[in-house]
Design a protein around this ligand. Structure first.
Ligand code: SF4
Length: 78
């Protein structure tokens, strides 16, 4: 079965540049010159580290949806 792919976005209006996501998931995020978080890839494989980063972002700037279906991963739909 193909690995689940996630589409990851960061709301730069919310991001305060804490760097927490880069520490938790360096393969998923980097800080740009303005200390704004950027996903390294718009689409990446599902990853506990990336989900952990999204869950722990202090301003909930990170959104993850399943590529293809668009189903919410974080924040969870409820
Ligand atoms: S954890 Fe959140 S606020 Fe901190 S750099 Fe990442 S996206 Fe920005």
């Amino acid at each position: 079965m193909a690995q689940t792919k996630w589409r990851v976005t960061v709301d730069t209006d919310l991001c305060i540049g804490s760097g927490g996501c880069v520490l938790r998931a360096p393969e998923g995020f980097e800080l740009d010159a303005a200390r704004q978080s950027c996903p390294r890839h718009a689409v990446l494989g599902a990853s506990d580290e990336v989900l952990d980063a999204a869950e722990n972002c202090p301003v909930e700037a990170i959104t993850i949806v399943e590529e293809g279906s668009g189903a919410a991963v974080f924040p969870p739909a409820d």
